[in-house]
Design a protein around this ligand. Structure first.
Ligand code: HSE
Length: 347
């Protein structure tokens, strides 16, 4: 039985809870995977802990009704139940094996997520997270702390939601040297550019991207390219073994691209795409995020909506491209599930 604590119960946490409920029998039958959510702590919604496992439909109901988790009612009459713990108390005091860090992303300090990860490792708990803060700002430090405490730091959801990028390189592509990683790494901006091509204004398209749950809590991070820059940094460090800081990646977003630019590109049989890239050329690292005009014949030109695509240039396999969801509630919820299953299989 894997005991899970959720730090953050917003879009991704609720998406994960829905998937776990919906697939409970299938996961048990196929992978022998059994789970309990023993704690939820959310900065806005409050917190609740029960060492014997919380009633997940009730948690989801409270979240949907926008009601505090402190209104949770335990039907089991168990004796180990707490309300009002903050995130650090939840991580420290709960009996969770795995902490899913799903609080908000801060790409300046990485906090409070970095503290959550450190606390989990130091108390012997695995971390699964889609939060780009710790991975982009402190990957080596987090990984070492996890290794030193014999637990795992799993971050599949930080790049392209549940589309297997990091696990692909760690698993099936292991043995290859990766020379470069290049592609469309932000769902919100690709969605906005796609909608603008159909005549929607920038602001309306951004509003829709927020409604669909693609955009960051502060969408400046998407449209200015900061989200893609964090992903380039993660890919450089995790996949290519480099030691890049976010500030090493030059960055330009899509805010300067007008409907007119998009129409002109169309006339030239091309499309603007926000491209993230890290490449090793003769041991020199070049990393950037910028809009690029892609001819329609280029495979990335056909990637529309919130879909992302990344090409790995490898020594043994040449180019390997993966196309899939880059954002979304269920898609990112799945990224957490895939890492939970990985921990289940390897511990
Ligand atoms: N805001 C991000 C995107 C979510 O639009 O791609 C996934 O990191």
């Amino acid at each position: 039985m894997q005991r899970i604590a959720l730090i953050g119960f917003g879009t991704v946490g609720q998406g994960l809870a829905e998937i776990l409920l919906q697939k409970e029998n299938e996961l048990k039958k196929k992978y022998g995977y059994e789970w309990q959510i023993v704690a939820v702590s959310d900065a806005m919604k409050g917190s609740v802990f029960c060492s014997e496992g919380l009633d997940v439909p009730q948690l989801l109901h409270l979240a949907k009704e926008n009601t505090s988790l402190t209104n949770y009612v335990c039907s089991k009459g168990c004796n180990s139940r707490e309300k009002g713990w903050d995130a650090v108390e939840t991580i420290t005091k709960s009996n969770a094996d795995v902490v899913c860090e799903l609080a908000y992303t801060d790409l300046s300090t990485g906090e409070p997520a970095i503290t959550h990860c450190k606390t989990a490792f130091e108390t012997g708990k695995h971390i699964v997270t889609s939060n780009k803060g710790p991975a982009a700002l402190a990957y080596r430090k987090m990984k070492k702390l996890a290794d030193d405490n014999n637990v795992q730091f799993r971050i599949e959801g930080t790049v392209m939601s549940g589309t297997p990028i990091l696990n692909l390189v760690e698993g099936p592509l292991a043995g290859n040297t990766i020379h470069s990683v290049k592609g469309i790494m932000n769902g919100t901006t690709n969605y906005i550019l796609s909608q603008m091509e159909d005549g929607m204004t920038y602001n309306d398209a951004l509003q829709k991207a927020k409604e669909f749950g693609y955009a960051e809590a502060d969408p400046t991070g998407d449209v200015e390219g900061y989200d893609a820059r964090a992903k380039v940094t993660i890919l450089a460090n995790v996949v290519m073994g480099e030691s890049l800081n976010i500030s090493d990646v030059s960055c330009q977003g899509i805010t300067e691209i007008s409907l007119d630019d998009i129409a002109k590109a169309k006339e030239k049989n091309a499309r603007w795409k926000l491209i993230g890239c890290v490449e090793n050329i003769d041991d020199k690292i070049n990393a950037y995020v910028r809009p690029e005009l892609m001819p329609m014949t280029h495979p990335l030109a056909g990637i529309m909506g919130a879909t992302n695509a990344v090409t790995f240039n490898t020594d043994l396999m040449g180019d390997v491209t993966i196309v899939g969801a880059g954002a979304g509630r269920i898609e990112t919820g799945f990224s957490i599930l895939t890492d939970l299953l990985k921990i289940h299989k390897t511990t």
